[in-house]
Design a protein around this ligand. Structure first.
Ligand SMILES: *[C@@H]1O[C@H](CO)[C@@H](O)[C@H](O)[C@H]1NC(C)=O
Ligand SMILES: *[C@@H]1O[C@H](CO)[C@@H](O)[C@H](O)[C@H]1NC(C)=O
Length: 431
């Protein structure tokens, strides 16, 4: 009987080892499956970034390249990066409450990110794949965060689609099942809106001036010389103007919905008034004034929050601030209030955006981002390589949004580098 015991013990031991090995690897496999399932499919994950040394083959040894990433990432105002875009991001727009950010990407998708906390490690987003035709190039919320107007274009022209029911993105575990998420619906669409030409910008606002009825209105600016005003809810064409200035650069609507102003190839800036009838609808869009003073093309412009001033950036190397609160009906001309030299070696800016308090002007040239004090024209901060490629679009959130337990004014920038970045406002008291 005695020799049997060691054999039995041995076989039990061997069996236990095999079982541990088998179940161990089984459970490891299970837990990694569990992990990948619990991660929303398209959610970005910042932690992943440094573990992709293959993208940095040409830089130095591994420890160095991750140091480099760290340095690049940490401009002090750089709050976050929204990843997940498959191609160049060409347009972006915040909802009126600042909590949703829509982006137009050359991968054919419009994404609506939910910014409950701008410093989150990842963001939920709603994905809208456009009908076949061409990639989205610009987006503009209309009326509220649930309506979004999207411009897309291809060689035969530009289209506008208005999506209703752009609801809050689903919770992480629901957004896994992409097929079950109902798509927002197209409420109206128009094709070849600028004939064969593409769209440069789409800017919208809520019409609140005078007798205006509070409708969302949107201006599409073509790469030719025309600009069309649209009614957000119905898609009705409300009016049409022509800059007659060879080629448009962009067109903006004043926050109160009273004016449209265009930056174009020649130096003068044309301003139109949107005239409302007593019933609150748009009666016409008529010529109002011209801002004369720049010596070269105006690349971009923006209105101040009170709709009484316009800030322009020109290839003549200057920024001008204009008072347009004049009795232009009585031939009173808009006045230049301030002229600042553009403090960059390139001497011009591609894009401008003014903070919602009207105090900070952000401006870009190529991949450089700069913040200026509107009062003094002084540089508050500069991010030399804010992106790895050309910055295509910038916009301030209309309201301060949460970063951790604080609320902060945030600027969003989009780039050909497939990224959207969020930046905190610099202090006005920086040297
Ligand atoms: C361009 O887009 C329009 C409308 O979306 C579509 O009907 C047309 O077929 C597209 N043309 C090309 C050349 O892709
Ligand atoms: C995940 O889904 C379940 C059921 O579908 C739901 O009860 C739960 O609240 C969801 N979790 C989160 C974090 O939303």
């Amino acid at each position: 009987m005695d020799p049997v015991l060691p054999i039995a013990v041995l076989s039990v031991l061997i069996g236990a080892v095999i079982a541990v090995a088998f179940f161990g690897s089984y459970f490891r496999k299970r837990s990694s499956e569990g992990q990948s399932i619990s991660k929303p499919e398209l959610q970005e994950d910042r932690k992943k970034q440094p573990s992709k040394p293959s993208q940095h083959k040409k830089s130095h040894a591994k420890p160095h390249s991750s140091d480099k990433d760290q340095n690049k990432k940490h401009h002090p105002l750089d709050v976050n990066t929204l990843k997940g875009h498959g191609d160049s991001v060409d347009g972006l727009c915040f909802s009126p409450d600042g909590r949703s950010l829509a982006t137009a990407c050359a991968d054919g998708v419009v994404r609506v990110f939910k910014l409950d906390d701008a410093s989150s490690k990842s963001f939920k987003f709603l994905k809208i794949s456009l009908p076949v035709g061409g990639p989205p190039v610009a987006v503009s919320f209309s009326d509220d965060a649930s309506s979004l107007v999207v411009a897309s274009q291809n060689l035969s022209g530009a289209s506008l689609y208005m999506y209703g029911g752009v609801e809050k993105p689903k919770t992480p575990n629901e957004s896994n099942q992409q097929s079950k998420v109902p798509l927002p619906e197209i409420k109206w669409e128009h094709h070849k809106i600028h004939e064969k030409l593409g769209i440069l910008t789409l800017f919208g606002t809520t019409a609140s001036y005078g007798t205006a009825d509070g409708s969302g209105i949107i201006a599409s600016c073509s790469e030719g010389t025309d600009i069309i005003l649209w009614h957000g809810k119905t898609g009705k064409n409300l009016g049409h103007v022509d800059t007659n200035q060879l080629k448009n650069n962009m067109a903006a609507i004043s926050p109160n919905g009273r004016f449209i102003a265009a930056a174009a190839f020649t130096a003068d800036v044309k301003v139109w008034e949107i005239v409302y009838s007593k019933d609150g609808s748009v009666k016409e869009v008529s010529k109002a004034m011209q801002l004369k003073g720049h010596k070269s093309a105006v690349t971009w412009l923006c209105f101040t929050p009170d709709s009484e001033q316009i800030i322009t950036a020109s290839k003549d190397g200057s920024i001008r601030i204009w008072n347009i609160n004049v009795r232009y009906h009585m031939d009173e001309d808009p006045k230049t209030l301030k002229v600042f030299p553009i403090p960059l070696s390139g001497s011009h800016y591609d894009r401008l955006s003014l903070s919602p308090d009207g105090k900070i002007l952000s401006a870009t040239l190529g991949s450089t981002l700069q913040w200026l004090c509107v009062e003094t024209g002084k540089v508050l901060d500069t991010a030399d390589k804010a992106h790895e490629d050309f910055i295509t679009c910038i916009a301030w959130a209309p309201q301060a949004i949460p970063i951790g337990d604080k609320k902060v004014l945030v600027l969003a920038t989009a780039s050909v580098d497939k990224k959207v970045k969020l930046w905190a406002a610099p202090s006005l008291h920086a040297s």
